[in-house]
Structures are given as structure tokens and as C-alpha cells.
Design a protein around this ligand. Sequence first.
Ligand SMILES: C[S@@+](CC[C@H](N)C(=O)[O-])C[C@H]1O[C@@H](n2cnc3c(N)ncnc32)[C@H](O)[C@@H]1O
Length: 340
Amino acid sequence: MENTKRTEWDEEEEQAEVSIWKYIFRFTEMAVVKCAIELGIADTIESHGGGPMTLSELSSTLGCDPSPLSRVLRFLTHRGIFKEMPTTKGSPRYAQTRLSSRLLRKGEHSMAALILFESSPVMLAPWHRLSARVLAYETAPFEVVHGEDIWRYAAENPGHSRLINEAMACDARLVVPAMLQGCPEVFDGLSSLVDVGGGNGTTLQLLVKSCQWIRGINFDLPNVVSDAAEFPGIERVGGDMFASVPKADAAFLKNVLHDWGDNECIQILKKCRESIPEGKGKVIIVEAVIDQEAKISDKLTDAHTTTGKERTLEEWGLVLGKAGFRNLRCDGYGYKDQLC
Ligand SMILES: C[S@@+](CC[C@H](N)C(=O)[O-])C[C@H]1O[C@@H](n2cnc3c(N)ncnc32)[C@H](O)[C@@H]1O
């Protein structure tokens, strides 16, 4: 009699055959979502009164071929990005989901700029050099592909600089409210705060709006601050954080240190220490913390910068200790396991 009992090995084998297709075609998810943003599908449905639209209504409003559009919509509805509504006349109608209406539309909560940044040819090309970086640690993928590091490249390519700043602003609009809700006491008693590598100032705008007793200094490279909008209560200062950081009660670093190796982080943190009052100043860091065990907060950004890396709590502790910080406080405030 044939032995029909499935072994653990059979199940693993079957699962592997299914899983491999994810790795072959997952890139299409990013490409199709990017396409939906570029076409403006979510904004079009919204400006049609938010109600469902048929394929022909959508294709004529967008001025595109209904045939490829129908396949793009099928792909997106299968993934819950839009939804197909029941129809009596045989033609499907497409409606928003929370994801498309909140995150893909233009507006306060949009993540569109971050998707357009990560999916841009400039940012994707270095990923093809990841194995080269792993094999020869000195190889910096972004520099190999573009001839200079991301910040010099951005200074010479204002369009890319704007893409970076708008992408970071998306993250700020999600993270800062969560941070203010999760650990508001961090900002009590501060009369001034310098946002080191503050980008176009979105983080500080949200902070000073909510903590009006704080005078903000948005500190970044000269080409970045010159592009940041003016905002009451915020001074814009251009400079280099490796040379010096403007003085304030607290230095704030969000998504900056992960762009740098340990030695550079130590240099930046030492400059931050010099900028705050001895004994009572503080440095506030907002970064992802990789949880080695749980495998839930995984993130890899090695191809983006020359020496940057994501770190575990232990690795963050080492860097902070070497920069001379002893009195550490760590708050996970629930959004993407960031550390404040
Ligand atoms: C990943 S972005 C983070 C932006 C912002 N903190 C946020 O989270 O929205 C890193 C920032 O560091 C800035 N930066 C890079 N090198 C710098 C330097 N030497 N001095 C000051 N800022 C720098 C970049 O221009 C960029 O705005």
C-alpha cells in the first residue's frame, strides 16, 4: 500500500515552491503601486465624489487604455489596495479602501512620496550592488552606481533632493504624532530643540505646533534648508553636523544615524553633546530598532548610504556608550518599534 502520509519535509518542500514565486515577482507590487500613484487612481476616484467608478469612467478620466488599466486594477484589488464593488450591468466598479484613500492620495497622511522615492531608478539601482557590498565591505552601492554619496548626489540633483525631503516628510507625518502621543514628557521643560538632519522641517513643524513652548532650529545641509518652507517658531540653519551643531536645550535626530556607520554616529553624537547644556541637556533619537528574536521589525537599508545600517538595541547601546552617553532611556512607542 502506498504511504500517503505527508512528512514535515513534504510540507516544507511544498511551501518552498509557493514561497519562491514571492521572491520572483514581489517587485511588481512596488511597480504597480507606483503606477497607481503616477496615474492618480486614488485621487481620481476621490474627486469623482469618492464613490465607485467603472473601468470606462476611470480610463476616460485618466486618458488611458482600459485594457492594461483593467489588469492593473485587478492586481491592486487582489491585494486590497482598491476594492471591486458588485455591479448589475456586468462592468466592475472600483472603490477606495482605507489604504488607497488614506495613504496613496495626495494629502496629510499620504505615503505616495515615500513610495515614489524608494521606487525611483536612482534608489533602486544600488540594490543591484548589494552582494558586492557584502563581498567587499568597502563597496558603497550608491557611490558605485552614482559616483558620489546620496547627499552630494542630492545637492547636485535638486529634483532628487526634493524627492528625499518629501519622502521623509511622509514618515514624519506618521511618526511624530505617534511619538508625541507615546512619550510627550520627553519634550517637557525644553525651551529650544535643534533637529539635526531635519530635512524640509516637517518634523519640527509638527513638534512646535504641539509643543508651543519650544523654539525650533531646523539644521541640515545648506541645499536642504534653503528648500525648507519658513514656519513661525522655527529658524533654519545650514551646516555640517560633523563640524558643529547649533546650540539648544535638546538635540533631536530622527532617521539620521541609521545612514551612518558606528564611527560617524559617534562623531555626530559628540557634536550633539557639545551643542546641549552640560548636565541637563538631552539628545532625543528616533530610529527603528531591529528585534533579532522576534523578526518582526526587520529593515535593510544598506544600499542607500555608504556606511549606514539598521541596528538592534544592543548595537544602539554600544554606539551611544562610545559617544559618552550613560544616562539612557528607551521608549518603544508602538509605531514600527521606533526608539525615542
Ligand atoms: C534620512 S534623512 C532624515 C530627515 C528627517 N530627520 C526625517 O526623519 O524626516 C537624513 C537627513 O540628514 C541630512 N544630512 C546628511 N548629511 C548631513 C550633514 N553632514 N549635516 C547635516 N545634515 C545632514 C540629509 O540632508 C537628510 O535631510
